[in-house]
Every structure is written in structure tokens, then in C-alpha cells.
Design a protein around this ligand. Structure first.
Ligand SMILES: [Zn+2]
Length: 341
């Protein structure tokens, strides 16, 4: 099946009461790891590429790898999503290339660092919604700012500086007509999210529930939601790495989010840790090896395991065959003439 719209995946997830992991990729091995995990767990998948990933991979390579994924895994509904588009132009170029979903992150200015105004965010997001929906492509927006910096993107704040204001979120959804809303509830991008296991003081699940109460039909997105498990940190440090102690978002908090309207969960760091740990282990144990396959194969396998586990924990496992994919043309038609509910 061709790449499908993210809106359809999230609508189905809402019906089924589960969440869908969105995993970042830069290369072939990561795409293969995700697709193998999806097949093993029979999960629909969201594969996402940031601006950094698009430039690292020359995005045409990435796009064609994703087409190969749809040919090799025809039973898996697969979305290709742009993570943190910084401008209308960036989103446009992704749509033209064939991405079936884009994030317009207007919470920051196009420099990807400076927090923007509400008015700017509404205008940029609305513009992307008009362009995307005409082609049946899904749009994710963001209100509030996450902490941290990843791939040069982020205000570098701590996670609590620009939490999402629930009232503003309602206004934002109404004015933009977007499909999915990323909210800031205390999480940060990167590995160093929390200096101890997060509590209600640092991870604002109450805020999320309040937003869901006010916007019960909007698909919420949790960014910066790697769990940064201790065992993956330990493997890296055991084989010569130097990670400082750190905590991510506990899986049970994500599951609480899923019970409260979260449909898309962004995970990158956990996969990076799994890959690096596996590679370090081979380098340490077999220093005579020099065939890249000798360490990329275990790296791919380690990432597959983490992804399959998250797919099971988020509840998307077993749902790949639930529905027939709707074409982007049909999605465009639906946006044009909303079906009365
Ligand atoms: Zn993010």
C-alpha cells in the first residue's frame, strides 16, 4: 500500500483507544528496524524525519527508502511525517516530495530557537493547513514550547518555561483547523530530560488532562517522550561510554497520556541509545572487526527490540490490519467537504 495519511492512523487510534509511536530516522538501518518491529507486532507506524535528518540523508534517499518500505511491508499502514517543520516553505517542500504528514512548529520562529507569538503561530500553521489539506496531507501544530535542543532545534529552555495554556490551545485549534496538537507539559528533547524520576512537579500530566477535557476530539502529541531506560544507558557506559545519569518519561505516564487523548508519541533518544550501546559492545568485545555489518546488524536488532516494545506498550500492536488505507485524494475530499457527525 502507498504511504498513508497520519490523520487516518490517529483517527483509528482514537477509535481503538491506543497511541502510535512516531520514530525518527536518518538512515536505512533505522527504517528497517522500525518496519521489522511493525511486522513482528502487526502495528501501524509513523516514521518521521526532522530537518536535520533530511539534510543528513539528502531527503530524496530517505523518501525512496520509505517507498521501498511500503513495497516490502505492504500489510503495514505507514506514514512519513516531517518532524518540526520550521517554516511554511519547509513544510511545502516535504509535501511536494511526498511526505503524507507535516508538523508546522510555529511555537518557535523560523530560526528554530526563538519563541514566537501566538499570532505568528496561528498564521503560519493556518497557511500550512490550507496547503496540506488540499492534498490530503495531515498537519500537526505545537502550542507552548518544549525544553532542550535537539538537532539544533529548540529554545534551550527547561521543560517548564513555556507550558501549554489550555485556553490558548482551544483557540489555536479553532483558528488553525489542524489535525494533531503537540503540547508542552514539561518534557524536553534529547537524553537529559530530568535529573531524577519525574514527579507531578516536573511532568504536568494534570495539564494534559485539562487540555483533553477541553479538546476531547483533538489528537494530542507528546514530544520528547523517550523513557531513557537505565539498562540502555548502562550498556553504553559499560562499554566505554560516558553518559551522565538521566531520566526520561516513564512509560506508565505515557500510558496515562494515551488514556487522556494522546495519540502520537515521539521517540528518538531510546533508539539512539540502543544503537550506540550495541555498536560500542561490538567495538569493545571484537576490536579486530572492521566490516560495518558486524556492528550495524546488532545495532539494527537492538533498535528493533526497543521499537517493538514501545509499540506493545503504546497499544498499537495488533492493529495494522484493522482498516483499509484511504487515499490522499479521498482525504483531500473529506477536508473539503467535512462529513457531518
Ligand atoms: Zn519534538
Amino acid at each position: 500500500m502507498p504511504l498513508v495519511s497520519m490523520r487516518q492512523l490517529l483517527d483509528e487510534a482514537a477509535k481503538g483507544g491506543y497511541g502510535v509511536g512516531a520514530f525518527n530516522v536518518n538512515n536505512m538501518e533505522q527504517i528497517q528496524a522500525i518496519m521489522e518491529a511493525a511486522r513482528e507486532t502487526r502495528s501501524p507506524v509513523i516514521v518521521q524525519a526532522s530537518r536535520g535528518a533530511r539534510s543528513y540523508s539528502q531527503d530524496r534517499f530517505l523518501y525512496h527508502l520509505m517507498l521501498a518500505a511500503t513495497e516490502l511491508y505492504p500489510e503495514i499502514p505507514t506514514v512519513l511525517h516531517l518532524d518540526h517543520g520550521n517554516s511554511v516553505e519547509t513544510c511545502k517542500s516535504a509535501i511536494e516530495m511526498g511526505f503524507t504528514s507535516v508538523m508546522m512548529d510555529g511555537s518557535l520562529m523560523p530560526d528554530g530557537k526563538t519563541p514566537s507569538t501566538f499570532q505568528y503561530n496561528v498564521k503560519a500553521t493556518r497557511e500550512v493547513v490550507e496547503i496540506a489539506h488540499a492534498k490530503g496531507v495531515t498537519v500537526e501544530g505545537e502550542i507552548g514550547c518544549l525544553g532542550g535542543i535537539e538537532d539544533g532545534h529548540g529554545a534551550g529552555l527547561d521543560g517548564l518555561s513555556h507550558l501549554t495554556d489550555p485556553e490558548q490551545a482551544v483557540e489555536f485549534v479553532k483558528l488553525t483547523g489542524l489535525d494533531a496538537l503537540a503540547i508542552a507539559i514539561g518534557t524536553s528533547h534529547g537524553a537529559y530530560k530530568f535529573t531524577k524520576k519525574p514527579t507531578g512537579e516536573t511532568l504536568k500530566m494534570e495539564r494534559l488532562m485539562e487540555i483533553h477535557r477541553r479538546l476531547p476530539h483533538v489528537h494530542l502529541v507528546m514530544h520528547g517522550s523517550s523513557s531513557v531506560p537505565k539498562d540502555l544507558q548502562d550498556i553504553i557506559n559499560q562499554y566505554g561510554g560516558k553518559l551522565k545519569p538521566t531520566w526520561g518519561v516513564p512509560v506508565e505516564e505515557i500510558q496515562l497520556g494515551i488514556r487522556n487523548g494522546v495519540r502520537k508519541i515521539n521517540v528518538d533518544t531510546d533508539n539512539r541509545l540502543a544503537i550506540t550501546g550495541a555498536i560500542r559492545k561490538v567495538f569493545f568485545e571484537k576490536p579486530e572487526e572492521f566490516d560495518p555489518r558486524s556492528y550495524l546488524k546488532p545495532a539494527r536488532e537492538a533498535m528493533k527490540k526497543v521499537v517493538a516494545l514501545r509499540m506493545t506498550q503504546f497499544g498499537q500492536a495488533g492493529h495494522a490490519g484493522d482498516y483499509a488505507p484511504v487515499s490522499l485524494e479521498e482525504m483531500a475530499h473529506r477536508y473539503h467537504e467535512p462529513v457531518a457527525v
